[in-house]
Design a protein around this ligand. Structure first.
Ligand code: AMP
Length: 192
């Protein structure tokens, strides 16, 4: 069973490369950002709470986010059967610890963490572009600036966490979608 984490700053191309990986490996996609945006558009209680954080570029609190993820995993048998790519989760050390535990409880593990490493000016350019093209509400300069700060403070320490576990694979995430995907495939072929 292949379970992967795609990791990187906002705008690093996690969603785009996830689509390619899903096609190549037949994985299920769990994007916590997409799950939350779906709740916001449906006007649920979780959506209301999530929006108050997302609109400021802040993270949803760990205990809530972990509960949401646990519920997702436990309510879909296909995930355990086919494997999952986690996109946007974990974003903090407590979330990473919770994910390891959740995997272990299901007799699974994270096989590899694909770390998309992208220059900061490129990240900003991509997110502003996405904001224009999709209307995504948090892709505005003020929120982007905060999301990058939050990434540096709370999420980037996960790089060392996974390096220590020996499963972090650094990928140069600058360049074309095709060339980045080729690097990911090459790296996974060596690792798996
Ligand atoms: P994303 O689509 O992954 O860029 O996520 C968009 C927003 O959703 C983030 O800026 C956070 O506010 C929230 N979010 C998504 N995933 C998480 C997570 N694992 N922990 C906390 N907040 C999250």
């Amino acid at each position: 069973m292949l379970n992967l984490v795609i990791f990187g700053a906002p705008g690093s191309g996690k969603g785009t490369q996830s689509d390619r990986l899903i096609e190549a490996f037949g994985l299920h996609h769990i994007s916590t950002g997409e799950v939350l945006r779906d709740h916001i558009s449906r006007g649920t209680e979780l959506g209301r709470i999530a929006n108050s954080y997302i609109s400021k570029g802040q993270l949803i609190p760990d205990d809530l986010m972990i509960r949401v993820l646990e519920h997702l995993i436990d309510s879909n048998e296909d995930y355990a059967r086919d494997g999952v790519i986690f996109d946007g989760f974990p974003r903090t050390i407590p979330q990473a610890i919770a994910l390891n535990k959740l995997m272990a409880d299901h007799g699974e593990k994270i096989a590899a963490v694909i770390g998309l490493e992208v220059d900061e000016d490129e990240l900003i350019k991509r997110m502003l572009n996405r904001g224009k093209q999709t209307g995504r509400a948090d892709d505005n300069l003020e929120t982007i600036t905060n999301r990058l700060k939050v990434y540096h403070n709370q999420t980037s320490p996960l790089r060392d966490f996974y390096i220590e576990q020996g499963i972090y694979h650094a990928i140069n995430g600058n360049g074309s979608v095709d060339s980045i995907f080729a690097s990911i495939k090459e790296s996974l072929a060596k690792a798996l």
